[in-house]
Design a binder for this molecule. Structure first.
Ligand code: PSU
Ligand code: MN
Length: 303
């Protein structure tokens, strides 16, 4: 397959520098313009400040691209929802049609693995939706974590999902869910959920070591590292809980389904809570980028 890997990313992989993959659905479908573009560029800066190299991933005019340019990021951000949201199933279609595509966690993992990038930072992952026992709506992100060898660093999952079922699903699929400095799955806007994780780890070195063992044993699949939002940016559980409940009810009433539901809920929550949830969202992405950079640097040292 023809993948375009930027010179900077290529050099970094060759010389054993840490590289951090970044997704593009968060840009086009996860935040409003212009904060989406500002955040995407600042996250790249944050990774560089930590001594690693960022690789924003998207499909540009039908070409899977690892290491998007500033202009490409700006385009994806401005175009917003009109860009196709690309999960695993959509990759061949968008490439064959020569279109632009914003990659989700699942498809970003696929392209990162093909390019040799082992660590990926994002905000939140998709998961098992509330009511999935009826709708069967389970994000392709979860199956991807079970088969594609990339470590994903996130702030847990938003309670637009059923967090308990999401953890059960990952356990069934053999995906370790590590808490960075915590025993509990963080719930994106808040640091706690009451749901127990696979294990707690307190240093990036320890996480890199576990990734190295997994690689040496050829176990395949990824690992999920959950990094709680910094205390000063975490939100009131009741305020955010009510906003999420309202958004979920509205999606239900409007009959929103399939790939449209996650972007719909994200947008509604931002509108209900004003700018507060967006500010928290931006900060937790920076926080994840810093941890992912440290993991990538340590992993690169282990060879
Ligand atoms: N959750 C968030 N922010 C996001 C997403 C999820 O808090 O931006 C995006 C990610 O790209 C994720 C995707 O991979 O939504 C999941 O979509 P779906 O549930 O349709 O698989
Ligand atoms: Mn879905």
């Amino acid at each position: 397959m023809n993948i375009k890997i930027s010179q900077e990313v290529r050099d970094a992989i060759k010389s054993g520098k840490g590289v951090v993959a970044l997704e593009s659905t968060i840009i086009s479908h996860g935040m409003p313009y212009p904060q989406n573009v500002e955040t995407a560029l600042l996250v790249e800066e944050e990774v560089r400040k930590c001594g690693a190299v960022p690789a924003t991933i998207a499909i540009i005019n039908g070409v899977p691209t690892v290491g998007c340019s500033k202009e490409e990021i700006e385009h994806l951000g401005k175009a917003g929802l009109s860009v196709t949201k690309v999960s695993r199933r959509d990759i061949p279609i968008v490439i064959a049609k020569g279109q632009n595509g914003a990659t989700t966690v699942a498809s970003t993992m696929i392209l990162a693995e093909k390019a040799g990038v082992k660590v990926f930072a994002t905000g939140g992952i998709g998961g098992v939706h509330r009511g999935a026992e009826k709708t069967m709506d389970i994000s392709a992100d979860l199956d991807e974590l079970s088969k594609t060898d990339v470590c994903v660093v996130c702030a847990g999952a938003k309670s637009i999902l059923d967090l308990g079922l999401t953890m059960e699903y990952l356990e069934t699929k053999g995906v370790a869910v590590v808490g960075y400095g915590t025993d509990e799955l963080p719930a994106f806007f808040t640091r706690e959920s009451g749901i127990k994780l696979t294990c707690r780890m307190d240093t990036p070195e320890e996480i890199a070591k576990a990734l190295k063992v997994k690689a040496d044993m050829n176990l395949g699949g990824g690992m999920l590292v959950t990094n709680p939002i910094p205390e000063e940016y975490s939100m009131d559980a009741r305020v955010i809980g009510e906003a999420i409940d309202k958004a979920v009810t509205e999606a239900d009433e409007k009959g929103i389904k399939g790939k449209d539901i996650t972007p719909f809920l994200l947008d509604k929550i931002q509108k209900i809570t004003g700018g507060n949830s967006l500010a928290s969202n931006i900060q937790l992405v920076f926080n994840n980028a810093r941890l992912a950079s440290q993991i990538a640097i340590n992993l690169a040292k282990l060879g």
